[in-house]
Design a protein around this ligand. Structure first.
Ligand code: CO8
Length: 259
């Protein structure tokens, strides 16, 4: 499919890479971009060959937020009834394969929220995260006030949401917003390495792991542990479990069939 605001490619026949591509607007997330991103994510999710997806931007900006000029004139009725700002944003949440955010430069407002909706974030050392919506007279609208405190705790989340200040990559790693920080010129290599590792595992186990970790944010400990246990038990019905354990026992590398 031909896209105008994103670029899509496949690496090593098993990793789908989506690059946000509105360089003149620092990858500001307008309706067209979010629609195209949703289409590309769904296509990779449905592609049997793809085991992991990377979402990235440019060296200067992952995304500088929702498109401010596009939403500046909206009334409440436009925003609420037309849903121009928020539609398509939930698509990322529905993707079952692992999605890694490879973030360089600015990840602000909706850009920070988009990164947090991915399964984990690998940051370049020039990455800057922030929820500066307060400066525009609004607040985060794609989960920032909910996901940020879950990632970094109340104090830093309040600090970010109320002052609008940016957090650099080192602070983001200390605060557990990102899983790793790497030099800018190694960002894609590192993200691809992680994605290839994941894509080499059973897609079913990957989906189950993702579902179960996400459950930790939706349930109490006992319910979450029970959810995990049921998924764990159910994986014994897969060929991949037989293959993975047989490979270990026989000291060979596993070849998963995603069955
Ligand atoms: N929207 C549209 N265009 C943008 C945006 C944006 N968010 N950010 C930057 N641009 C454009 C600039 O207007 C500029 O365009 P032009 O050259 O035509 O003037 C170009 O990108 C380059 O930007 P700057 O010249 O400002 O570059 P600097 O390096 O000087 O500054 C900054 C970079 C610090 C990133 C600065 O551009 C900035 O502060 N941008 C706005 C950041 C921001 O406030 N983001 C939050 C937006 S609101 C939001 O995201 C709400 C999310 C709600 C999601 C709801 C869905 C559910």
């Amino acid at each position: 499919m031909a896209y105008e605001t994103i670029e899509v490619r496949v690496e090593a026949e098993k990793v789908g890479v989506i690059t946000l591509n509105r360089p003149k607007a620092l990858n500001a997330l307008n309706d067209q971009l979010m629609t195209e991103l949703g289409q590309a994510l769904k296509a990779f999710d449905a592609d049997e060959a793809i085991g992991c997806i990377i979402l990235t931007g440019s060296e200067k900006a992952f995304a500088a937020g929702a498109d401010i000029p596009a939403m500046a004139k909206y009334s409440f009725v436009d925003a609420y009834k037309g849903d121009y700002i928020t539609r398509n944003w939930e698509t990322l949440r529905s993707i079952r394969k692992p999605v890694i955010a490879a973030v360089a430069g600015y990840a602000l407002g909706g850009g920070c929220e988009l990164a947090m909706m991915c399964d984990f974030i690998i940051a370049a050392d020039n990455a800057k995260f922030g929820q500066p919506e307060i400066k525009l007279g609004v607040i985060p609208g794609a989960g920032g006030t909910q996901r940020l405190p879950r990632a970094v705790g109340k104090a830093k989340a309040m600090d970010m949401a109320l002052t609008g200040r940016m957090m650099d990559a080192q602070e983001a790693e200390r605060a557990s917003l990102v899983s790793r920080v790497v030099p800018l010129d190694r960002l894609m290599e590192e993200a691809l390495g992680a994605a290839l590792t994941i894509a080499g595992y059973s897609q079913i186990a990957n989906m189950a792991a993702k579902e179960s970790v996400n459950r930790a944010f939706e349930s109490g400990l006992s319910d979450g542990v029970m959810f995990e246990r049921r998924l764990f038990h159910s994986l014994f019905a897969t060929q991949d479990q037989k293959e993975g354990m047989d490979a270990f026992v026989n000291k060979r590398s596993a070849q998963f069939s995603n069955q």
